[in-house]
Design a protein around this ligand. Structure first.
Ligand code: GLU
Length: 467
């Protein structure tokens, strides 16, 4: 481990809610920092005043909070650092690594038109780059960086390898507009520097920006962060993930009731791998996560795999933690909170609810038998299992259960005996019993339900149904 503490950052633009791809970027940065005793910082890139809203910022913070991605310190507003960005632009001017450009938009358009006609590069070459101050007019100007004109720039990227760009592709980009406002590209570099960011892990749609940002690092003589540009997420069809494929917002997954731990696990595997491990805990992920394990080609979002991983996390969850997550889920979806009685019931039943539930609503649906109260009103599917013949058979169960010891073997024996006496099989009584005890066709096993409900409640529900 190097002596410099690791500092990563997540730098969302609050122009919308938290996208699932951005959530993954945040997760990678979080895992990298947390696994190395480093810091994970949050910077809100709100310089686009027209499109950035406090509501979107809040949605992003909520999304990160739901996902359990805690950040160090307060979120930093990029817009609040504008004075510092301006100061750096002037510093570059003073150092001669930037220059005042008096070209007007018309001048630039004329340059481009000529270049198009002559089939030369349309990248603007300012005529002011080497004009001494004494020859400057008293007119509005932009500040432009002096881009290298010859040769090439090679940046090492931990995911992409060495990436080389011809410097002829770099323009003397504007860092300060003629109205004195700094541009985004400058802001990113200054903020990353000031925040002490050591590792920039972000989507590979920012790779080209890295070359432009590099000019500012060079000009200021600042240490450059380690770069890792991660391929974007694709849908199952190999095209960029979009609404066509399904939900793209983190909040939508929250509303669908995916558990946060499962989501973290799944998103970590989306573009990163550690041997053949598919299911892992946060501690393992923090231990294992490294930049070398990030793939070079885009990962495909696999909804089935998400379900599978989330199911495994629900099954592995601690009961009390799961109950808390259910509380939070109901709260986030504006559903009625659980009563104390329902919470007790859920805790007692949790052992048989958390197997094979992929989402929290799956689990809640299975828990219907404990969340509801008598008289049980079977839904349409369950009611189909409850014909007169079966009601008759089940009525024979009551005397068998009245004095039975309340354990799984005895209960199984009692139901089996009634089945045999009526020339049927235990399995054939499961549907009607489910209808009686849960009012649902999907529930935990009838014996688990009896055990959780206890003798009195079980007999009362039987009596309600059999008269
Ligand atoms: N604000 C940029 C985005 O939301 C991220 C910039 C960066 O990570 O450098 O895509």
């Amino acid at each position: 481990m190097s002596d410099t503490p690791i500092v990563t950052r997540f730098a969302p633009s609050p122009t919308g809610a938290l996208h699932i791809g951005s959530a993954r970027t945040a997760l990678f940065n979080w895992l990298y920092a947390r696994g190395r005793g480093g810091k994970f910082l949050l910077r809100i890139e709100d310089t686009d005043r027209a499109r950035s809203t406090p509501q979107n910022t809040q949605k992003i913070l909520d999304g990160l909070t739901w996902l359990g991605l805690d950040w160090d310190g307060d979120p930093i507003s990029q817009a609040d650092q504008a004075d510092r960005h301006v100061a750096v632009a002037h510093q570059m001017l003073a150092d001669g690594t930037a220059f005042k450009c008096f070209s007007t938009p018309e001048d630039i358009e004329a340059f481009r038109e000529k270049a198009r006609a002559e089939k030369t590069s349309t990248l603007f070459r300012s005529p002011w780059r080497d004009v001494p101050e004494t020859d400057h007019p008293d007119a509005p100007f932009t500040i432009r960086v002096k881009a290298p004109r010859d040769g090439s720039t090679t940046l090492h990227d931990e995911v992409q390898g060495d990436v080389t760009w011809a410097n002829a592709q770099l323009d003397d980009m504007i860092i300060l507009r003629s109205d004195g406002t700094p541009v985004y590209m400058l802001a990113v570099v200054v903020d990353d520097h000031d925040m002490g960011v050591t590792h920039v892990i972000r989507g590979d749609d920012h790779l080209a920006n890295a070359f432009r940002q590099n000019m500012i690092y060079e000009a200021m003589g600042w240490n450059k962060p380690v770069l890792a540009h991660v391929p974007l997420i694709f849908g199952p069809d190999g095209k960029k993930l979009s609404k066509r494929h399904g939900a793209t917002g983190a909040a939508e997954y929250q509303a669908m009731g995916y558990p946060a731990a499962g989501m973290r696990n799944y998103l970590a595997r989306l573009g990163w791998s550690h041997a053949d491990d598919e299911f892992f805990t946060d501690d393992q992920a923090k231990d294992w996560f490294d930049l070398a394990g990030i793939g070079k080609s885009p990962a495909r979002f696999d909804f089935k795999k998400l379900d599978n991983i989330c199911g495994q996390h629900i099954a592995a969850s601690d009961d009390a933690a799961l109950l808390q997550e259910i509380d939070a889920f109901l709260h986030a979806t504006d559903a009625t909170p659980l009563s104390a009685l329902q919470r007790d019931g859920l805790l007692a039943a949790m052992y048989c609810l958390k197997e094979r539930a992929k989402t929290l609503p799956d689990l809640i649906e299975k828990a219907h038998f404990i969340l509801t109260s008598r008289p049980i009103d079977p839904d349409e599917k369950a009611a189909k299992n409850l014909d007169d013949v079966h009601i008759g058979i089940l009525s024979e169960l009551t005397p068998q259960l009245q004095n039975a010891s309340w354990d799984r073997d005895t209960l199984e024996g009692a139901v089996s005996a009634v089945a045999t006496a009526n020339d049927t099989k235990l399995g054939k009584l499961a549907g009607p019993l489910r209808a009686v005890l849960a009012g649902r066709a999907v529930s935990p096993s009838v014996f688990d339900m009896m055990l959780v409900l206890g003798r009195d409640e079980t007999l009362l529900r039987l009596k309600d149904a059999t008269g």
